[in-house]
Design a protein around this ligand. Sequence first.
Ligand code: PEP
Ligand code: MG
Length: 311
Amino acid sequence: TEREPIEEARPKTPVKPMTATEVKVNVSIPEAAERAAATGADGVGLLRMEHMILSTNKTPERYIEDHGVDAYVDEIVEGIRGVAEEFYPRPVRVRTLDAPTDEFQQLQGGENEPNEHNPMLGWRGIRRSLDKPGVFQHELDAFSELYDMGYDNVQIMFPLVNDAEDVLRARRLMAESGIDPDKRSWGVMIETPASALQIEEMAQAGIKFASFGTNDLTQYTLAVDRNNENVANRFDELHPAVLELIGQTIDCCREHDINTSICGQAGSKPEMVRFLVNRGVSSISANIDAVRDVQHEVKRVEQKLMLDSVR
Ligand code: PEP
Ligand code: MG
């Protein structure tokens, strides 16, 4: 009898490598959830809330004015729920609203946005949220609703924080929405040099994780506009200064048993993966198309670390 050629006898579905470092996936829009989950990723490292709001073509304020608060909260709940469901019980890290004023200006209601000389250094991320607690509270209410529905895999991530004061204020608002900060997983993005240098204080303020937003961390550390082609050749996520900030932050987080992660584009790059695994990062989040390569790179680095340790 003829035997099946060895090649064809191999399993069709590739086997996911087991690694100590988790490999997660970034989900750009809720519609990509199914494809993202099929990568076998250990969870979602970044789901941006912007798309859920900006796709309505209205600023949050205009949306609420036209459709009411409940509809606004529903919009967010539904956007997150699809992804949380697809990945359950794997964790899904959702970042609260982080759009600069010039993006809001493009939308209905955008005429009320301030004209900023430099929106990337302006009123965005947690700064805007803390200044407009009314709107921010609706986002937090959406999380609260998701927890009530049983989606305990949802995690809350705050963008563009600088220090413990930002963290404590966000934490208070979370509690006001009925979310117990001691029970839920919530944390910050490390996107400014200040946040990396203040990690100890933020750890004391109770964060459960810190995730490197290397797109912004690189921009702000090197003073290189991430959207300016004249300086694009100087935008280097592997610059020693950026790596130093990341390394110090990981060391501090390890002392406090705080989960560390990367959700910037650099998490899909093999050089960054090697650096992070060697430094002991807890998880790496990559683009959908990069997840498999990152899984294998992580495996390779971990095996090498293990061999080195017994030599
Ligand atoms: C980052 O800054 O690395 C990040 C993931 O956030 P965004 O690209 O949305 O600014
Ligand atoms: Mg960012």
